[in-house]
Write a protein that binds this ligand. Sequence first.
Ligand code: ACO
Length: 323
Amino acid sequence: MSAIRSVVRGVGSYLPARCLTNADLAQMVDTSDEWIVQRTGIRTRHIAAEGEVTSDLAIHAARAALADAGLTPDDIDLIVLATSTPDNTFPATAVSVQAGLGITHGAAFDLQAVCSGFVFALATADNFLKTGAYRRCLVIGAETFSRILDWSDRTTCVLFGDGAGALVLEAVRDEEEGRGVLTSHLRSDGRHKNKLYVDGGVSSTRSVGFLRMEGREVFRHAVGMITDVIVDAFEATGESADTIDWFVPHQANRRIIDASAVKLGIAPEKVVITVDQHGNTSAASIPLALAAAHADGRIKRGDLVLLEAMGGGFTWASALVRW
Ligand code: ACO
């Protein structure tokens, strides 16, 4: 039987209008632009407006991705939405996106793997498409992390932002140019679950809670985990740091990104960086970066794009996509 590939047809993103700069944060907590830039590379981040929820951001991003693909909502039969900041405990934010787009067929569900969520969602969608069960999928990362930040805690509130990004993936039989998702590798290790977590939840505190993080511990593990799972992707495909065109990492921290690229031997000019403008938008960061690099003409049809993420759980993941 001929093989099915999941091919990227379109990409889109959305950022809330309000920008919060490091100077703004210095008015709120004991911090400075110099400290934040030097430790993280972040200069500004976007914050959702009062009443603007995760599904609102996701719908904007999905519409942009559909427009980029030249498709309509009717063409979509699967939505996989990665988020750790859903609109409600249930139903899934994905069904609000489905309804918002006017789609009444197919399926929509959420997936939670914190900052690795988008790569987990991409791999999940890819596997559904490859079985032939669905034809076209919106893979979305959308977050309103501003709602789970303790705005009096300078060690976390300076790091995160809100946003959404989406890809349209299409199942293509006998793809002749070798395009599509080539491989994906997902990992987790729950022994680290208390190093980056939210201190509330439905079943534990009946509340939402705030993000808590042992920043140094996250940093200590990040580069090793990221590089391990990228080596898995290279070994599975025969590709390498030399053959990839673009490295689009999760945008948590400029130092983690730079150290990972150096360890892997990836040339700096291949690295897509948006953390300076967006902060860490968790599951949204990779599709936001993909959308930026696609829109400005860097990522082109046929390019080999390496994705990686690492986050709470810990979870970590990589994927190689021929664009
Ligand atoms: N402004 C000024 N000073 C600060 C701030 C701030 N915003 N935050 C912490 N400090 C202070 C600390 O209180 C400490 O002061 P002390 O020495 O008087 O005790 C000092 O700065 C150093 O604190 P550290 O936590 O040791 O700083 P570090 O160099 O480790 O940088 C950071 C902190 C940026 C959080 C870093 O550990 C990091 O990037 N970790 C990775 C975390 C991450 O990226 N998480 C995202 C989610 S996971 C993921 O997506 C990969």
